[in-house]
Design a protein around this ligand. Structure first.
Ligand code: NAD
Length: 359
């Protein structure tokens, strides 16, 4: 019997709702967590994972849902934070029935929660979900693959960080080390090449991705994964997995800026956020700089227009400058400043809306 105290945790972090669902026909087993809907419906993808225990699944879902609240708030979107996790083996083929069953549970929340693809679920799966609910985004033929937009947002974030740190955002004057050349890393490298970056190093563990880059961009130099941290560059660009910046890797960094697409880059937010700050490195908070994909998908809720979405993604630049200033003024690490910024927006809108207006 798990001793995880659900209500204590919900109370501490102010969650609104946790829903467990099980479909007897398809074996679909999952949890949807809604953290906060002050700004709008909770939006967050559906993650399929072979969790070792139900406790691990619910804790992951709760944590990810809370992260989405901050991400949407900091991105200036009228969305709250939510997430769904499905407990199951991603290698076993899930079919139409499985994802339509999911769609029915999403629909049962009547628009309080909107889902999308996430780890181990695809836009094709979401097409099945959409047969049963209106509350799903990231569909094929609409806003499409979010990765190029995530990379575009990160590119604007890099510009903002260069401007703040060096007072000059001319990409051609700087050297970059990109960790991970999968979807987002690949598009970001392409953009940096296009902007004539002085030097780009990259690392990867997937041979297919290494070969693709070497073929398309022969001037972009490959480094072994262990050597990327110590590369002689101005900007370290994390685009791989979370937790890559920790006690072991931070001391190796020569870069003065960390700005990329990866989520949860800091292994321990406070410890490593402060460690980076103390080294005089400017860290672009992950959930702010990598919000391009979310901003893009948000536009699908209205009538999708790539021009409008692109303009909104560009605003990541100003948002980061504001967060860097808060961090400096309050003498706190930038990841914490980003949370202060997001919470402030939620609080303000909550207060603005506390008088009754008939619409
Ligand atoms: P991806 O899987 O396409 O790319 C990640 C790449 O990193 C892979 O090619 C993998 O081989 C490589 N990698 C893993 N460990 C590595 C290591 N130790 N050294 C070098 N390379 C390594 O994923 P993605 O969609 O590009 O996402 C990358 C990061 O960005 C993730 O943290 C993800 O959560 C985050 N993110 C992505 C999006 C998006 O739109 N795709 C949006 C927001 C955040």
């Amino acid at each position: 019997m798990s001793d995880f105290k659900h209500f204590e945790y919900m109370e501490k972090h102010r969650y609104e709702q946790v829903v467990y669902f099980y479909d007897k026909t398809t074996g679909l087993k999952g949890i949807t967590c809604i953290h906060n809907t002050t700004l709008g419906p909770a939006l967050g993808g559906t993650r399929l994972w072979n969790y070792a225990s139900e406790e691990e699944a619910v804790v992951d879902c709760l944590r990810l849902a809370r992260g989405m609240t901050y991400k949407a708030a900091a991105a200036g979107l009228n969305l709250g934070g939510g997430k769904t996790v499905l407990i199951g083996d991603p290698d076993l083929v899930k079919g139409e029935g499985y994802f339509r069953a999911l769609g029915r549970y999403v629909q049962s929340l009547n628009g309080r929660y909107i889902t999308a693809e996430d780890v181990n679920t695809s836009t094709k799966d979401m097409d099945f979900v959409s047969m049963e609910t209106d509350y799903v985004v990231g569909l094929e033929g609409k806003s499409g693959n979010p990765s190029p937009m995530t990379s575009l947002g990160a590119f604007h974030g890099i510009r903002a960080a260069l401007q703040y740190k060096f007072g000059d955002e001319d990409i051609s004057k700087y050297k970059f080390a990109v960790q991970g050349a999968g979807q987002t890393g690949y598009y970001l490298i392409k953009k940096l090449v296009e902007m004539k970056a002085k030097k780009i190093y990259f690392t990867e563990i997937n041979k297919k991705h290494i070969d693709r880059l070497k073929k398309e961009h022969p001037d972009v130099e490959f480094l072994e994964p262990k050597d990327i941290y110590g590369a002689d560059v101005d900007v370290f660009v994390p685009c791989a997995l979370g937790g890559s910046l920790n006690d072991e890797t931070i001391p190796q960094l020569k870069a003065k800026i960390i700005a990329g697409t990866a989520n949860n880059v800091l292994l321990e937010e406070d410890i490593h956020g402060n460690m980076i700050k103390d080294k005089g490195i400017l860290y672009a908070p992950d959930f702010v700089i990598n919000a391009g994909g979310l901003i893009n998908v948000y536009h699908e809720l209205k009538e999708y227009n790539i021009g409008r979405a692109t303009r909104d993604i560009e605003k990541i630049y100003d948002r980061l400058l504001e967060i860097f200033k808060i961090a400096e003024r309050e003498n706190i690490h930038t990841q914490l400043a980003a949370k202060v910024f997001a919470k402030k927006r939620i609080e303000t809108i909550n207060n603005v809306q506390d008088n009754y207006i008939k619409r």
